[in-house]
Design a protein around this ligand. Sequence first.
Ligand SMILES: [Zn+2]
Ligand SMILES: [Zn+2]
Length: 341
Amino acid sequence: MRTVVIDGPTNVRVDTRPDPVLPGPDGAIVEVSAAGICGSDLHFYEADFPLAEPIALGHEAVGTVVEIGRQVRTVKVHDQVMVSSVAGCGNCPGCTTRDPVMCHKGFQIFGGGVLAGAQADLLAVPAADFQLLKIPDGISTEQALLLTDNLATGWAAAQRADIPLGGTVAVMGLGAVGLCALRSALFQGAAKVFAVDRVDGRLDRAAAWGATPVKAPAVEAILAATSGRGADAVIDAVATDASMTDALNAVRPGGTVSVVGVHDLQPFPLNALGCLIRSITLRMTTAPVQRTWPELIPLLASGRLDVDGIFTTTLPLDAAAKGYAIAAARNGDDVKILLTP
Ligand SMILES: [Zn+2]
Ligand SMILES: [Zn+2]
């Protein structure tokens, strides 16, 4: 089978490897029909995370179940399924919360060097009853792919931002996660969302979705628009030192900064005294993917929550290198790239 691998900065290629075998009696093999390129994949591409050896990339997949172990109960062969990007054992007190991050055995993310990569023809999925969900009626392929990671992340970012009804929120970074967070913040009660990015096309897209565009760096503009107090909540979907510092400076006293961007491996220089004096809450979240599905699926299927238009670009799997180059350029026209094996 083909799988997208990276063996050094910007060096993405499509490799041929043996087909995967079932990862135990609770596992399944999924034939991938669509896989996303995620902003967090770019950390490998841009050398933020050094590679000891080549790894298979990708953690967002939907596809068809082609094989199941004898213990699998909730999906069967031929089912169209989505695969949670974050995997738990599915069988411990932590996993009963449906948040794989709480797994007592430690969670894994596909395409991070331990589990296989989702940008491939076939994907081996452990604990399939926990990681897989048959795609419900009324959910499109693109919606299902967003449910595997980016929308779950943006939704959880807004939930953990303590947004007061009628409140003011700033969202840093208008890639796929930031746009999902923007929509989620409005849905969860924000009256005004400042959408912050450096790229004009992304600011335009956010404005069309009901946000107030602000060109980064945005602290002064947000303070000026809030009588000097700051936003009730700031969601940081970038998580560089600069964006996190801006987020902490743009939130009001007593407000919450909710970080879901993936920082690099270096420590962040936190102004602890400034946060203490202003009673800031700082939350950081890896997507509780499976826990969000019972909330998000009915909202998407009913049309009440709309995240259409986030996938802008579709390429065949063999063009993965081009897809990564487009994603890394972070231009205004291409937000999120879908690969079709
Ligand atoms: Zn991701
Ligand atoms: Zn577990």
